[in-house]
Design a protein around this ligand. Sequence first.
Ligand SMILES: Nc1ncnc2c1ncn2[C@@H]1O[C@H](COP(=O)(O)OP(=O)(O)OP(=O)(O)O)[C@@H](O)[C@H]1O
Length: 311
Amino acid sequence: MSVSIKSLEKSYSKTKILKGIDLEIDKGEFFVLLGFSGSGKTTLLRCIAGLEKVDSGKIIIDGVDVTNLEPSKRGVSMVFQNYVLYPHKTVYENLLLPVEDKKDAKKKIEEISKALGIHELLDRMPSQLSGGQQQRVALARALIKNPRVLLMDEPLSNLDAPQRISARRFIKELQRKENITTIYVTHDQIEAMALADRIAVMKDGKILQIGKPEEIYNDPINEFVGSFIGDPPMSIINGNFMKIDKKIGIRADDVVIGDGELEGEVVDVEFINGKYLVHIKFNGSELRGYYYKRINEGEKIKFEIKKYRVF
Ligand SMILES: Nc1ncnc2c1ncn2[C@@H]1O[C@H](COP(=O)(O)OP(=O)(O)OP(=O)(O)O)[C@@H](O)[C@H]1O
């Protein structure tokens, strides 16, 4: 199923939340909506699901205008950040309900619950589960329906780091295997980079840039995207020291510390993934680069900039 969104607008009372959203999502694509809290990601997802009425614009799923259709008629399945399970049914029963073809149900439930690590919990009631376990059950329930379009709103927010990595893998594998068109909301750019075929970066109800993770990372369209994407994000500094009358964005990997024409003062050092991320005071602002050993704060260091982007 392809999803097409045209000039979508949505307000709550008098505040405009979505300010003209256009998106073309291909069949089988894993599409991530990425943005800070409050940028309108959840609202957009709820509009696609049919849980919110739009002010204007269209939502088209596989060529059919669903803008005014009931949620249940849209062929979409949604996993919320605040998962809702039936409290008086066991995990098994919660998973059984959405399965249309009951003769395959047992096998399917076994398969999905093993993959998501909830197999031991099938006889429990939702109140006997931790937050992360409930989230995995909610995820299993959405996936077991074989939805044509899967909408996910921060579905991994309650999982700890190892669970998050394995759940990510599982979601991606299943999405690929079943070719489910997926729209996934997150404010976590690492998650977005790990999962997405393409990412839309949102800010204040608008889409700033759409592209593959590599495109967004290597070629951010503006200062905001550059300083949001990447861990650490780009350092944004004034380019006047190179006779560039604009801001420039520099990735930490492109700052070579140890030698070079430029000099700055070390203001902070962080040990990250076996390397030292050095914060350097330079030209009235700060930039970051990696070094192989710890340097003391206050020390002067030489460096060069291999690559930068002008904004
Ligand atoms: N039902 C509502 N009534 C009024 N305002 C709302 C409602 N739902 C959301 N908003 C407002 O709309 C804006 C966008 O919210 P939304 O939840 O879509 O953002 P988000 O990008 O998903 O953020 P988060 O990552 O925090 O979930 C926010 O300013 C929020 O306060």
